[in-house]
Design a protein around this ligand. Structure first.
Ligand SMILES: NC(=O)c1ccc[n+]([C@@H]2O[C@H](COP(=O)([O-])OP(=O)(O)OC[C@H]3O[C@@H](n4cnc5c(N)ncnc54)[C@H](O)[C@@H]3O)[C@@H](O)[C@H]2O)c1
Ligand SMILES: O=C[C@H](O)CS(=O)(=O)O
Length: 470
């Protein structure tokens, strides 16, 4: 916190529990406005020196941090499974994914080029420099408690910024572990602070403090809109990675087995608790029964349980509200005519475990088609024509991810270009990677993270007009 570590005192600490067992696994300090302001002041002081370092020095730090994160993969994954619940193998995968952003931006750090533009008058020359925005505030969700942080912290530090982070209170230890490893990699104090505590209070300071020049948020659209408004009085740069309602479309000409495998990833990764999860499965009538039978068979062969147990595919959901939302969507769908092909109720393990569920005969009259479920629920919707399914897929306020399975090349282009989303997966359910620009349109957010575009939003363009060059 700021340039010092703060211990949790008994009177002001927040418990952290294991969603698989409900057991207490630790506690973190309940920090607030004062500590947030202190961290921002420390960031202001540290950032000036950091920006004056060479790009190669910043790149070298990021590479050391990457090496330490990868060397600590097993421990970081265990921390994640303990506090978030995802199966250990999936947690290890996230550590590698999160580390890939650190590696990517260790390389991008040295490519922060500007321009020398021919002058508009004989004695003029035009320079364009890319400079760090300064102090960045970041707020991240619980579902990817490592990668959602590195996807922000790495480009911020690469660009010469300092960053103050508020992680989700459900998963603070993943964030603290990353900060400890950054300190061990030689990051000077004040450049990367982790503030645990009340979201509203910390967020209020982050969004109102004029020293914060950019807010980068990953989470729900509802909270994103609130933070957007809170930042307006101080005109901050904004990065918003928000909610989704991804359609997954399978045409008659698709490889159905590949489409089922793609659905397992796009729908059930992290037990469906992923912003890019397929929320609606549109299956053309010619392959509908084949797809429904194959997906149901696959789902019922996979295991639900504690993420530390061998061969578990589905862990617990994060909390009771998440379980309730899945249950509400299933109940509403059945009341409006849907039928259950697999699952449909809380798992026999009890607690936060829920059966992976496949529904058939789903229609647009049901909540699950219009709201982000964020759980292991696959609603199948039958369609007849390409025009019909594009209209249905676009009939949402969200625009993050979408997926299409077809072997018709012309259709790949027609449908990809017609879908109103920031990202389209074609014949794959796995699209997230550091090399590609991740982000959405409409109510799914602003800006992109990762890729060669990922640094842009952490920099400001400065135009220098050189005159008197006779
Ligand atoms: N687009 C993406 O990259 C992406 C990635 C992951 C999750 N998400 C979205 O996030 C949602 C699930 O995550 P969640 O439940 O953590 O979302 P959330 O919006 O409830 O919380 C996200 C973060 O915001 C904080 N927060 C909540 N209210 C706040 C306030 N008033 N002021 C300041 N901070 C506040 C939380 O403590 C947490 O750290 C889903 O909608 C999912 O689609 C999007
Ligand atoms: O929840 C959405 C995150 O962005 C996870 S991922 O980037 O799709 O892996």
């Amino acid at each position: 916190m700021g340039d010092r570590w703060v211990a949790a005192s008994s009177s002001s600490s927040i418990p952290v529990t294991d969603p698989a067992t409900g057991q207490l696994i630790g506690s973190v300090p309940d920090l607030g406005e004062a500590e947030t302001a202190e961290s921002i002041s420390a960031a202001v002081r540290a950032q000036r020196t950091w920006a004056a370092r060479t790009a190669a020095e910043r790149a070298a730090f990021l590479r050391r941090w990457y090496d330490l994160v990868m060397a600590s993969k097993a421990d970081l994954a265990r921390i994640m499974t303990f506090e978030q619940g995802k199966p250990l193998k999936e947690a290890e995968g996230e550590i590698e994914y999160g580390a890939s952003f650190i590696l990517w931006f260790s390389e991008e750090a040295r490519r922060l080029y500007g321009d020398l533009i021919p002058g508009h008058q004989p004695d003029k020359r035009i320079l364009v420099a890319r400079q760090p925005v300064g102090v960045v505030a970041a707020i991240t969700p619980w579902n990817f408690p490592n990668a959602m942080i590195t996807r922000k912290v790495a480009p911020a530090l690469a660009a010469g910024c300092a960053i103050v982070l508020k992680p989700a209170i459900q998963t603070p230890f993943s964030a603290i572990a990353l900060a400890i490893l950054a300190e061990r990699a030689g990051l000077p104090a004040g450049l990367f602070s982790v503030i645990t505590g009340g979201a509203r209070e910390i967020g209020a300071e982050m969004t109102s403090n004029p020293a914060v020049r950019k807010l980068t948020f990953t989470g729900s659209t509802e909270v994103g809109a609130l933070l957007y408004a809170q930042c307006a009085p101080t005109i901050k740069k904004l990065g918003l990675e928000l909610g989704g309602n991804a359609p997954l479309i399978v045409f008659d000409d698709a490889d159905v087995d590949a489409a089922v495998d793609g659905t397992l990833v796009a729908k059930f990764r992290n037990n469906g608790q992923t912003c890019v999860c397929a929320n609606r499965l549109y299956i053309q009538s010619g392959v509908y029964d084949h797809f429904a039978e194959a997906l149901t068979k696959k789902i019922t062969s996979l295991k639900t349980g504690n993420g530390f147990a061998e061969d578990v595919t589905f862990g617990p959901l994060i909390d009771n509200a998440a379980v309730e939302k899945v249950r509400e969507h299933i109940t509403d769908a059945i009341e409006h005519g849907a039928r259950v092909l697999a699952g449909g109720k809380s798992h026999a393990l009890g607690g936060l475990f829920f059966e992976p569920t496949v529904l058939t005969d789903v229609t647009s009259q049901m909540r699950v088609v219009h709201e982000e479920t964020f759980g292991p629920l696959a609603p199948l919707i039958r369609f007849e024509t390409e025009e019909e399914v594009i209209a249905a897929a676009n009939d949402t306020e969200f625009g993050l991810a979408s997926y299409v399975f077809t072997r018709d090349v012309a259709r790949v282009f027609r449908v990809s270009e017609a879908l109103e989303y920031g990202m389209v997966g074609v014949n794959t359910g796995a699209i997230s990677t550091a090399e590609a620009p991740f982000g959405g349109i409409k109510m799914s957010g602003l800006g992109r993270e990762g890729s060669r575009y990922g640094l842009d939003d952490f920099t400001e363009l400065k135009y220098i007009c050189l005159g008197g060059i006779a």
